[in-house]
Design a binder for this molecule. Sequence first.
Ligand SMILES: [Zn+2]
Length: 482
Amino acid sequence: MNNSELKPKLVFDYFSQINKVPRPSKKEEKIIAFLQKFAEENGLPCKVDEAGNVLITKGATPGMENKPTVVFQSHMDMVCEKTSDRIIDFENDPIETYIDGEWMRAKGTTLGADDGIGIAMEMALLTDDSVAHGPLECLFTRDEETGLTGAFDLMPGFFTGKYLLNLDSEDEGEIFIGCAGGANTEITLPLRMTELRKSYFPLHICVDKLTGGHSGDDIDKHRANANKILVRFIAQAMEKYDVKLVDFQGGNLHNAIPRNAEAVIAVPFPDKENIRVDFNIFASEIEAEYSNEKNVHFFLESAVGVTECVEDEQACQIIQALLAVHNGVYEMSVDLPGLVETSSNLASVHFTEDKVMKIVTSQRSSIGSQRIAMSQIVSAPFKLIGAETVTGEGYPGWKPNADSPLLKTVTATYEKLYGKQPKVRAIHAGLECGLFSEKYPGLDMVSFGPTLRGVHSPDERLLISTVDMVWQHILEILKTIE
Ligand SMILES: [Zn+2]
């Protein structure tokens, strides 16, 4: 297949134009100007809000004037990742695409089909004379990837339609009708340090090379949390020995399941061999519990230069609180089987140089009130030990509505076209739709799109045949919607 054979031609033509326009997150000026020029050249009304979101509108085609206004939406920015040997300036250079069998890929970079293919479909809807449609509002949002900034700052009233189709999903044949809201809870506790007596033997213990993953999408995949694993060992050891807690460093990103954690503890000299045996037994128990963690690696070695440790009572409180704090799935959805409704992730635990324990946790739920409750539950054990806990404002979720009229049209048209039911799903992570639902109460939304794999990495690829499938589906929705 070569480029000129791609279907629908107009969509792929626009996609190749878009890929010549640099658009890293937070640097969307060029793509905004490109869309403004496109609107002007085609005589279409266009406005840009203070946040940089763009809205291009088009009236109904003849005979379709009584159809409701439909909003299509995609985000303008892209994640700019490349292979180590690829030389590119993402702020100035184009993305170079090529066809690899049934996939479209980019040379050593992210492809930007997330969400450039959505932009291209909207541009084609706005200019393809053969498409019959009611009034159209095409919304292009800014900076989805690094903070949902455009959606956060979108003004209520910027668009008027009651139906919104978000084109930022990655599995053809799946219709998304909900997402999770989230907030981080951060915990701080000044450490009370005391001298470590010479009769104690310091040990450095570590668990690493766990799978990790996204703290929303992957929270139900039985991935081990490195912080939890290490705390569990220390708690067990405290039952048997007079363990001193010296240091703890685990996890990194607030939205990732931690892959590694390390601690320094100390035990009385006579126990140093026993605890080594216990650690080896513990490691094999964890390996048996988590057969999916194929690469997990444990090690224990003597530590040097240790002169102080956390005071006994506080060390015990810290370990018990970390042991007690909820981590992982908390509740599954009743409405959508298989969907995680509420969860929390113990993302990072660090003792700082100025002797403060800093913990970052993140809570998610598709129900706002449950997310707030989850943050309180996570805070509780730390409040009990006198730590300060602060839950951020976070971002809202999008509660699935299985009775949505838009969803009925979207599924019925899909069945009519393809003779099978699409999967109706929600995701346990944030989408811009959560913010739209907060600003436009009553807005009826779905999210779908062609199949993408490897997004946010240089392996990003677009399954070419699914673009036409989604395109045909959109045309059928526009014809049918009431
Ligand atoms: Zn996206």
